[in-house]
Design a protein around this ligand. Structure first.
Ligand SMILES: Cc1cc2nc3c(=O)[nH]c(=O)nc-3n(C[C@H](O)[C@H](O)[C@H](O)COP(=O)(O)OP(=O)(O)OC[C@H]3O[C@@H](n4cnc5c(N)ncnc54)[C@H](O)[C@@H]3O)c2cc1C
Length: 370
């Protein structure tokens, strides 16, 4: 076996002599049925000194409610953090949670791979869920693969779709081969089935009535010396403070803008519309914009109320990051540009003619309303 073999198994199918095989740990089919329910990682974030659940937790709850129409099992949220977080939990019940597994410990105050992996792994071993979902956030992307490795499970990262098939398996859909195909991935022989989902991929669905749920306190065994990392200071970068994932209005710019200098026209428009500027990957590669504002498969997935695409062709890798926006307006000089297929309103024309006219109109309206 070569050192770089990842045990993907593709050599087995192509071996002409049927000489290869891989023995994998498989749970007997009857034992798979013992795994039940969906657990979501209730990731917390500190916003202006206040702890709260990340938006993606509610989005995953929305999806779990939908999956549960086929499964009819329990939906639970695992909340890990320092003592005192129980006050935040009630809100989760409004979004369809049946049980909250509450793991409080001083050593869970800051996120650490060692601490969170140990606690969440033992929770999964104990509760035997059939599905575990994580937000594909910076922390979710660190935590989920570690848990998968400890439990010898598969993990589908950055899913754009989740559904349940006739065999009650989780169908995990995500772009593959550079975004040219959508792959549907199953984990037929192991449980739980685990996936990460990017923020803004699914919608938050608030259930109409308040719901009474169960809070189950989980005793946590953790020792200081088992946590090998310590956060000394948090420094947020200037560009990271522009969070395109939270913006209601995004003015997104592509290669059609022609030069770095011309981007100031887009900023003028953003200022007028009280929006935030984002871009396609082409501009990041040209060094005209920075990666934190890139929309798409290898950038961020966003879902604003309004997305204006200026000089963006609409490559599939871009579309997967923005097609859940409420309203999409595209301006492009090429009538065949694929962006028009997802746009609610399309303007075929030169953005250097259209934006100045639009700015003029906005300013005129503003003056007349004064
Ligand atoms: C693995 C992988 C991951 C990727 N991830 C991403 C990603 O996350 N995000 C992303 O965006 N891309 C991503 N890409 C790249 C993607 O395939 C495209 O190359 C990229 O999106 C193109 O950017 P663009 O639309 O700005 O440029 P182009 O495709 O060059 O399009 C420019 C558009 O501007 C229009 N135009 C030109 N002049 C004007 C004008 N004066 N007025 C109006 N319209 C004009 C043109 O008609 C054209 O449609 C990825 C690619 C790969 C292989």
């Amino acid at each position: 076996m070569l050192d770089n073999c990842t045990l993907c198994g593709s050599c087995i199918n192509v071996c002409r002599y049927n000489a290869l095989s891989i023995e994998r740990a498989m749970i007997p089919l009857e034992d798979l049925k013992k795994f039940e329910g969906i657990i979501i990682w209730g990731e917390l974030e500190n916003k202006s000194g206040q702890l709260q659940f990340k938006k993606v937790v509610y989005e995953l709850l929305g999806k779990a409610l939908e999956l549960n129409k086929e499964l009819n099992e329990q939906i639970s949220v695992a909340v890990l953090g320092p003592p005192g977080i129980s006050a935040l939990i009630d809100e989760l019940f409004y979004y369809g949670t049946d049980i909250v597994y509450l793991c409080e410990h001083e050593l869970l105050e800051d996120f650490s791979n060692d601490g969170y992996t140990t606690v969440f792994t033992s929770l999964i071993i104990d509760k035997k869920p059939s599905i575990v979902l994580y937000g594909a956030t910076i922390k979710g992307r660190e935590l989920a693969p570690r848990i998968a490795a400890r439990l010898n499970l598969g993990l589908t990262a950055d899913c754009t779709g989740l559904s349940i098939n006739k065999q009650k398996q989780l169908v995990q859909t995500r772009p593959a081969f550079g975004g040219n195909i959508m792959a549907s991935i199953l984990s037929p022989y192991t449980r739980p089935q685990m996936a990460t989902v990017r923020p803004n991929t699914f919608s938050k669905v608030k259930s109409k009535q308040s719901k009474k749920g169960i809070i189950e306190k989980i005793s946590v065994k953790l020792e200081k010396q088992s946590i090998r990392t310590k956060i000394i200071e948090e420094i947020s970068s200037k560009t990271e403070s522009i969070n395109i994932e939270d913006a209601d209005i995004l003015i997104s710019v592509g290669r059609g803008i022609g030069s770095k200098e011309n981007i100031k026209l887009v900023h003028e428009l953003a200022q007028e519309l009280k929006g935030t500027v984002s871009s396609s990957r082409a501009l990041v590669e040209l060094g005209w914009t920075k990666h934190p504002i890139q929309v798409g498969q290898s950038g961020k997935t966003i879902s604003p109320k309004l997305y204006i695409a200026l000089g963006i062709s609409g490559a599939i890798q871009h579309l997967v990051g923005m097609q859940t926006s409420d309203i999409i307006i595209a301006i492009n000089s090429d009538p065949e540009a694929p962006i028009f297929k997802v746009a609610d309103f399309g303007i075929i024309g030169d953005l250097f003619e259209i934006i100045p006219q639009f700015l003029k109109l906005c300013r005129k309206n503003k003056e007349s309303s004064l």
